[in-house]
Design a protein around this ligand. Structure first.
Ligand code: ATP
Ligand code: MG
Length: 217
């Protein structure tokens, strides 16, 4: 049985914060995705390669088995739906929160109380829909792919649903957090077939990640 593994990661914080977990599994990534344009990176383990994909595409590569495993944020997994994915470990990395924010001065509480239809711009349409439905708030959702902070500033929306860590991007754009929806961290996701067929090679890495992630936080 071919036990060669492909790990899907996105550039930036997920790649950077997964490196120590790989080191804990005795694996060193031998190329830097910020310096090279290569999308397939070799590692110190000849049987493991890393592919660099868009953060929101990680679950798709793993679902279809193009990658055996990957690291994806809970935000991304909730939007994807998690179909075909086994999620054995919360890695406790790339932590932030998903929040509702509005322009400073916008009376969110009374807008919600009055039952007005709220216009909400977000990349996280599934999470936003469920959040407002659970509260019984009527919303018109506007799908964006980035720079959500701009929405309320130019009159596209009353509110945004976005990820917040320090809050400095919100502050820089005169927005305030009015509701905290959920805590976000990144998970290890594994293709369900790969876990059965490549268990011998995959399980020790999953175990090392689980052990190393206990030290995060
Ligand atoms: P793309 O850049 O492809 O549009 P993205 O902006 O979601 O996607 P990253 O910024 O690399 O990509 O974020 C990857 C993951 O890291 C997100 O899915 C989320 O789980 C987490 N994340 C996003 N923003 C923050 C933040 N400010 N602090 C901590 N973690 C974050
Ligand atoms: Mg980003």
């Amino acid at each position: 049985m071919n036990q060669t593994l492909t790990l899907a990661l996105s550039k930036g914080r997920i790649f950077d914060e997964t490196l120590p977990l790989l080191e804990a599994a005795g694996i060193h990534v031998t190329e830097d995705p910020e310096k090279s344009r290569k999308l397939i990176l070799t590692t110190s383990d000849p049987q493991l390669r890393v592919v660099i994909v868009r953060a929101s595409d990680v679950p798709t590569y793993v679902q279809y088995g193009a990658a055996d495993f990957g690291v994806a944020g809970k935000d991304v997994l909730l939007e994807h739906g998690g179909e075909g994915l086994y999620q054995p470990v919360d890695l406790q990395i790339a932590k932030c929160r998903m929040s509702v924010a509005v322009q400073a001065g916008f009376d969110y509480a009374s807008a919600v109380r009055q039952g007005a239809r709220l216009r909400v711009a977000t990349k996280y349409v599934q999470v936003a829909r469920e959040h407002f439905a659970a509260k019984g708030v009527h919303v018109d959702l506007i799908k964006l792919y980035g720079s959500m902070e701009l929405g309320p500033l130019v009159g596209l929306s009353d509110a945004i649903v976005d990820l917040v860590s320090t809050g400095s991007t919100l502050r820089a754009n005169h927005l305030v957090e009015v509701e905290h929806i959920m805590e976000i961290s990144s998970r290890l996701v594994v293709n369900q077939a790969a876990l059965k067929l490549k268990r011998e090679k995959l399980q020790p890495i999953v175990d090392a990640f689980a052990k190393a992630s206990l030290r995060e936080k």
